[in-house]
Write a protein that binds this ligand. Sequence first.
Ligand SMILES: NC(=O)c1ccc[n+]([C@@H]2O[C@H](COP(=O)([O-])OP(=O)(O)OC[C@H]3O[C@@H](n4cnc5c(N)ncnc54)[C@H](O)[C@@H]3O)[C@@H](O)[C@H]2O)c1
Ligand SMILES: O=C(O)[C@H](O)COP(=O)(O)O
Length: 390
Amino acid sequence: MKKIRVLNQISQKGLALLDEQSYRLTEQTEEAEAILVRSADMHALDMGSHLQAVARAGVGVNNIPVSRLSEAGVAVFNAPGANANAVKELVIAAMLMAARNLYTAADYAKNLDPAAGDLAAQVESGKKRFSGFELAGRKLGVIGLGAIGVKVANAAIGMGMEVYGYDPVISVHHAWHLNSAVHQCERLESLLQACDVVTIHVPLLDSTRGMLNASRLALLTKGAILLNFSRGEIVDEQALKTHLNNHYLHAYVSDFPNAELLSLPNVLSFPHLGASTLEAEELSAIQVIRNLKSYLEQGSVQNSVNLPDVSIEPKGDGIRRLAIVNRNQAGILAEITETLGRRELNIEDMLNKSRGEIAYTLIDLRADIDESLLDALRTLPNVLSARECR
Ligand SMILES: NC(=O)c1ccc[n+]([C@@H]2O[C@H](COP(=O)([O-])OP(=O)(O)OC[C@H]3O[C@@H](n4cnc5c(N)ncnc54)[C@H](O)[C@@H]3O)[C@@H](O)[C@H]2O)c1
Ligand SMILES: O=C(O)[C@H](O)COP(=O)(O)O
């Protein structure tokens, strides 16, 4: 029976895939073999020695200590693309809300006082304060053309916008799906200088933290809209405050409320709503739990952020499968096979793949795998974890 710790609310449709014969939910993090999470901060969490995998029902993994887990031989999975449509729809809505001043206009209408006189006259006298601009014909800059950025760019083309994209490391898969009318910007600076609306869709990494710093923010055109549905820390929000106070920007719309910016009139914040639709929550949970199960049970790897993709036939009858996470260093396979050889264990099948500094090895044996074998493998200097898939 595998013990799974659930740190956030995860869709029941996903949790239902964890059949009761093989899985049990636990409240004890230390005994968990796998953790299911959304945005809970795991950096300070004590995770115990049984942990084999962390599964993020969503995309961003900045809340997960991926390097520490890799060093412990723990796989980390996410659900790429599963919430991209939900975020795209919210970004388009936010862009329209900002361009047409809908949030302040709605507030104005809500606070009209029918008792104070002619309502229609109040409506007509107030509306000139909220006149906005149309998006068709305007320039949209998309920073990061992954699952979300591509969808936003393509939808904006459909709305008649002129779209510019910046992503020096775009994947071939996403490039195939990008509308060919999107102009490529080789420098972030030229996108910022050219566009009326700029939207950020990069992950939070060391290389993207503070990416929109004071000097880059200064390049935005007067009256521009800046949308941040990625992570608050990608924008230097202290520097942004000056631009907003000086009314250089029409609006800053963010899914990550910031204490210093919240009350500014040209700031519109949402409570991290991007992925909070029934559809995205279900799809993310189903996708990541399927991948988690096939990793735990068969050793296959799909959509991991720290292990290489490995697709492997299910184990045959009488076959036991070892899954080893090891450092990608010379000689390690010899040490593993020698450890098996000394116990007269013959290898039926074997697969080894690497990803950067880490490698993943699957070995099929027609023999039982006992704890003493696993312990012997775990003591090899470059083995990070060893387990039986079952
Ligand atoms: N608001 C929400 O609820 C919500 C929901 C989903 C995702 N997100 C955030 O959005 C981010 C993007 O999600 P996604 O599904 O599109 O991810 P993705 O991995 O599909 O796309 C990210 C893109 O950013 C690009 N990129 C990386 N570094 C870059 C850089 N320095 N400059 C330009 N481009 C760079 C990558 O090449 C990739 O194409 C997530 O990491 C997460 O932080 C937020
Ligand atoms: O990175 C993500 O997938 C989003 O920020 C969604 O986070 P959530 O699952 O906590 O809503």
